[in-house]
Design a protein around this ligand. Structure first.
Ligand code: KIV
Length: 255
């Protein structure tokens, strides 16, 4: 798609109906992200997500048999060694993933090479790395200073050379994300990284306005699903609590 100049629209899914709906809408890349920890499981960040969690949700999404590429996240601390990375990438493939994603560049290069050598397509993730949010003390934009920019370039080059098929760029300044996109042959998929990446990815519940408890600078919800759900449920509840009389219900319709 990058070679053809086509932008890549990617979204996350954590279960069967969402994977099926995104696939039917023509989304070419669906990610079972470890964001599931926050948007499905109610954790404060992604660091509590386990392999068992990602496997469970990957199995559910894979049952939709999407024509889209289905990628799954290797969760926090599941790829600290080459052996762990390979074993856990294989577990996600066994659960139905067609590709895996992990966070980091040169720091995890041996793991990336081993995964690629095993024939498992690998998606990189650079910029703000949510699995490191605690060490970093928050979700901070990357690429503002020269050292961060150079590190991003070197990490992106290293991942591309190691055989990654794409790189998610999260919270990277727009000019730096643009430069990374121009310098590597594989697509960049941005989230909060400006308009010039080769594609964009969002956490689907953010796009649909399902989580009214927080707002993000990089997402303008296109639906107010939370509000609509609350209204429909409240109306249904009212109807259950104050049902119509049986006379009214069974009255014959006028022709
Ligand atoms: O976990 C996730 O959903 C992600 C996306 C934000 C890219 O990594």
């Amino acid at each position: 798609m990058k070679a053809r100049g086509e932008k890549i629209a990617a979204l996350t899914a954590y279960d069967f109906p969402m994977a099926r709906l995104l696939d039917q809408a023509g989304i070419p890349l669906i990610l079972v992200g470890d964001s599931l920890g926050m948007v499905v499981l109610g954790y404060a960040d992604t660091t509590a997500v386990t392999m068992a969690d990602v496997e469970h949700h990957t199995r559910a999404a894979a049952r939709a048999k999407p024509t889209a590429l289905l990628a799954a996240d290797l969760p926090y601390r599941s790829y600290e060694t080459v052996e762990d990375a390979l074993k856990n990438a294989e577990r996600l493939v066994a659960a139905g993933a067609e590709a895996v994603k992990a966070e980091g560049g040169r720091a995890i290069l041996d793991q990336v090479k081993a995964i690629v050598k095993a024939g498992i397509p690998f998606l990189g993730h650079l910029g703000m790395l949510p699995q490191h949010v605690r060490e970093e003390g928050g979700y901070k934009v990357k690429g503002k200073v020269e050292s961060e920019k150079q590190a991003l370039f070197e990490d992106a080059d290293a991942l591309a050379q190691a055989g990654a098929f794409g790189i998610v760029l999260e919270l990277v300044t727009a000019p730096v994300a643009r430069e990374v996109s121009l310098r590597i042959p594989i697509p960049t998929i941005g989230i909060g990284a400006g308009p010039d990446c080769d594609g964009q990815i969002l956490v689907t519940p953010d796009l649909l306005g399902m989580l009214p408890w927080y707002s993000l600078k990089h997402v303008k919800p296109k639906l107010n699903a939370a509000e609509q759900m609350r209204a429909v449920v409240a109306e249904w509840k009212q109807n259950v609590e104050r049902p119509q009389t049986s006379k009214a219900v069974s009255a014959p319709m006028k022709s």
